[in-house]
Design a protein around this ligand. Structure first.
Ligand code: TGC
Ligand code: FAD
Length: 395
């Protein structure tokens, strides 16, 4: 397959760059140039082969994409949420799987260790995770408990010798096959949900790879299987109990997805716009036909609206005022518009749209995972519904 030249130009129809600081623009430029240089030339082949490009872990660590909002003393970036969002936007503009790796590492592994761990745990794990020396994964979903994680059955029992014995299984876990550590949510002796850090090499802990995905093919997905795994008690994160622990991490990660999925949408729009000016049919560029202009005009309208939404929710995050429900709305909206834009952009490229010569079909398939993980499209709608009515439609 020929190496693709990445010609991406970021849409900014409402001059939203004026809302960004010079530092924000610098961060965005550095991640964008990383994606152009290291991701775009290789990602299609890795996706076609369903292979995880392991080199990106160190690269993204060096670039500061892991835990950008974690304080610098633990190896994080000490940055604000707009910076974090822009990073995720640029990474997912390249590929959702690349952003997934960063989301999991930063928001779902580093964040809980930082927010719920003790000082020894922070010092032991965070610098290595931030640099990309170690990769982590986050185990919440189980074979029988996806949208309803409260029902989880994975559990640990006090062995009385400074260890606990962990049993159960998690599935659909991003990064699992390559991760050195897993932040696993399980029920303790008192039936309370807690996080415990399981390290590769612990006896009885395996991470079988999930094969035959049509989506997120350049991201490694697997199971976490615990068969009487003996884990030191010191690996339990002491400072949170209950479902609010994992859901608190998900709020951070969903925020990143809201920006990220928008990046995928931008790439599809930009590709379709360029193609529409170059592709001649009936002696005219297809971009001159009203039907194609309608698609492009609707795409840029939705992208612009979503840009405003994610920018505002980032400002609220910076001010400590964003609610999880506001984050849900932004995640849901970005995924929805990305799915629609990818599909319309694919059509605009005709037959070429289904090939790996362009990124659109890969984005389109990836978004099917993104719209499902971290809470499905319907779950986020119900979160909004409950927030505005005060009535719980989940159960
Ligand atoms: P509910 O009774 O509503 O809440 C339990 C406790 O949690 C609090 N809470 C939150 N806290 C922080 N952030 C949030 N987003 C929160 N949502 C709820 C809540 O206040 C309560 O606290 P407290 O103190 O009263 O105990 O819980 P529920 O059992 O009724 O469930 C509600 C529901 C359905 C919304 C929730 O279970 C849910 O969000 N389900 C979706 C599951 C999900 O998102 N799974 C994601 C798995 S990880 C993943 O997909 C990673 S993909 C990564 C990648 O590759 O990028
Ligand atoms: P289900 O919960 O079985 O849902 C099936 C359908 O029923 C959905 O349409 C859903 O919206 C609907 N539904 C469920 N409950 C209700 C309700 N109350 N009202 C109306 N409709 C409802 N999980 C992790 O823990 N860590 C990871 O790293 C991770 N990575 C993932 C990577 C990929 C590629 C994928 C695909 C998933 C990943 N997940 C991960 C799991 C993901 O979070 C779950 O797939 C998701 O939460 C949905 O759970 P489920 O697949 O069991 O679907």
């Amino acid at each position: 397959m020929a190496v693709r030249t990445d010609l991406f130009q970021s849409p900014d129809y409402y001059q939203l760059d004026e809302l960004l600081s010079d530092e924000h623009k610098l961060i965005r430029a550095s991640v964008r140039s990383y994606v152009k240089k290291e991701i775009s030339p290789i990602i299609e082949e890795f996706a076609q082969r369903a292979e995880f490009p392991t080199q990106i872990v160190k690269q993204m660590g060096e670039l500061g994409c892991f835990g950008p909002t974690i304080p610098a003393e633990y190896g994080g970036g000490g940055l604000d949420y707009i910076s974090y969002g822009l990073m995720m936007q640029e990474l997912e503009r390249g590929d959702s799987g690349v952003r997934s790796t960063a989301s999991v590492q930063g928001s779902l592994v580093m964040f809980p260790i930082y927010a719920y761990g003790n000082e020894a745990q922070r010092n032991k794990y965070l610098p290595k995770l931030a640099s990309g020396e170690w990769l982590g994964c986050f185990g919440l979903t189980e074979p029988e408990h996806g949208s309803n994680p409260a029902g989880m059955t994975t559990n640990f029992k006090d062995a009385g010798d400074g260890t606990v014995i962990l049993n159960g299984a998690k599935m659909w876990i991003s990064n699992a096959p390559f991760a050195q550590i897993a932040v696993v949510w399980a029920k303790n002796d008192a039936d309370e949900i807690q996080a415990i850090i399981v390290e590769r090499g612990m006896e009885g802990f395996t991470t079988p790879t999930t094969h035959d995905k049509w989506s997120l093919r350049a991201s490694a997905t697997g199971e976490l299987v615990f068969d009487n795994v003996k884990v030191p008690k010191e690996n339990i994160l002491p400072n949170v109990k209950g479902l609010k622990g994992p859901l608190g991490c998900l709020t951070k990660a969903r925020f990143g997805i809201a920006w990220g999925a928008l990046g995928a949408a931008m790439d599809c729009y930009d590709t379709a716009l360029r193609y529409s000016k170059e592709r001649i049919q009936f002696d005219r560029p297809i971009g001159g036909f009203q039907l194609q202009q309608k698609k492009l005009a609707e795409m840029i309208t939705e992208i612009t609206k979503a840009q405003l939404l994610v920018w505002r929710v980032a400002v609220l995050m910076n001010e400590g005022k964003a609610t999880p429900q506001q984050v849900s709305m932004a995640k849901r909206n970005s995924c929805e518009i990305a799915a629609d834009i990818a599909r319309n952009a694919r059509q605009m490229l005709g037959g070429m749209g289904i090939t790996g010569e362009y990124s659109i079909m890969r984005h389109m398939m990836n978004i099917e995972s993104v719209i499902t993980y971290e809470g499905t499209h319907d779950i986020h709608l119900l979160i909004t519904g409950m927030d505005i009515t005060g009535l719980n439609a989940f159960k």
